[in-house]
Design a protein around this ligand. Sequence first.
Ligand code: 16G
Ligand code: ZN
Length: 537
Amino acid sequence: MALHEKLLEASGKHPKPAEHQFQYGTAGFRMKATLLDPVVFRVGLLAALRSKRLGGQTIGVMITASHNPPEDNGVKLVDPMGEMLEASWEAYATKLANASSDAELVEIYNKLSTDLKIKSETPARVVYARDTRASGATLVAALVDALEVTGTQYTDYKLMTTPQLHYIVRSVNTQGSEAPFGEPSETGYYKKVGAAFKKAMQGRKANGSITVDCANGVGGGKLRELIKYLPQASEGGLEIKVVNDDVLKPERLNYQCGADFVKTNQRAPPSSHAGQLARCASLDGDADRIVFYFIDHDGKFVLLDGDRIATLAASFIGDLAKQAGLGDELRIGVVQTAYANGSSTQYISKSLKLPVVCTPTGVKHLHHAATKFDIGVYFEANGHGTVVFSPAALKTLATTEPQSPAQKTALDTLRALTDLINQTVGDALSDLLLVEVILAHKGWGPKEWESTYTDLPNRLVRIEVADRNIFKTVDAERRLESPPGVQDQIDALVGKYKAGRSFARASGTEDAVRVYAEAATRGEADDLAQKVATVVK
Ligand code: 16G
Ligand code: ZN
């Protein structure tokens, strides 16, 4: 049978419901799992094309809906170096997903192959994994149908966190190269991270314990596995208490727990019994986000979100670079979005004296901007982020000869960090250990971490509008250029509040507009958010 006949036949088993329009958004395709079968099949076709286009390099397919409810699922592609799919290909994904018939799908597939000058003899290679959602297994079957029909070589990595799959993709593609990323296996990941953690601690004892809420998602089992590769608590290692790691009851996933719950509700999961000043953290459902928190002396909940992780990491890495004698050589910068608390931005530029860049929401934008620095620290306030080291910075770190014991210690620690940090994408497990390393070095508890600056009170409001597509932003989403006149009204309102700042943008994941406001006091922040919401409505 010719390929187009085989494609027609295979596609016939994954029919697209006529009424649905799909879009490859900031986090791939995400929706009710019952709608996703044809989408995953078609994403499988695109993964094969992408791999062939890149000369047979391995492409990753991750099946997850992150912090969404259990009945949702999603799918996204990972490019060869572990980055998000190149932006121009998102449109191809959307096109394939919306083909209205099997015949049209084959037509689009063939046209893409021709337009992209894909040679049929080039091999295609794909690796894939999924989170713990009940729908994952059948969606994998749809993916495999696409990989089979296109003659793609594939490996099933079964259950994995999203960042673990990113690690695998980069490891597979750099095997045998000058810069191998790691062993392309789950154990390889644990070994790399575990060894780097030990080195980065530089013989320091961990300070007590941390309780980690795993959102009843895939991160729980993986964290338990990772712990086996860390210095054991009985021998002075860090004690990690794993909670909310039930993956057998599907309805518990992300329910009243996890990073999104904690960040959105600004409170600990109801199941948490942490005592005062005890370190706590929450992962999201696929373990690519993490936030920290604690209960203060007065019983108040204190959140240490992505902004806090960014400032902590930037200050630590900046100090190490200076101590290693590389303060002038390595350009360190921080990348945030408009959602970053204004106090964190001030702290980075005024106290840490580091450059700060603001980009639109979405990991791919932050990641891209971070690669412009020698060492780029990027975090979204919601807890997704990582640190990227440029090839030049890695070379400098590898070849610098330390001139004193202090320089050597700093250099060794920096080198260990380059392995501890998952540079492909935000990784909750790796970020967890990064924060622990820094707190141990600084001798800090969560209270000292929090006391570096005071967050401005802020409020986020979600507004349903008739058509969110009319809201067009400029200046990294900080200003609206459409609808006309709305920005002027927002400016006039903001001007009335001390330390006021506010912006409105269309959500990329929900049919709504989000308004963010911050001001000197809680009351003013709430008031400003409400007033701007009224203007937007
Ligand atoms: C997606 C993004 C996340 C962003 C969120 C914003 C990735 C992998 N994920 O989940 O980074 O914070 O969208 O959602 O890029 P919103 O557009 O609905 O505010
Ligand atoms: Zn996630």
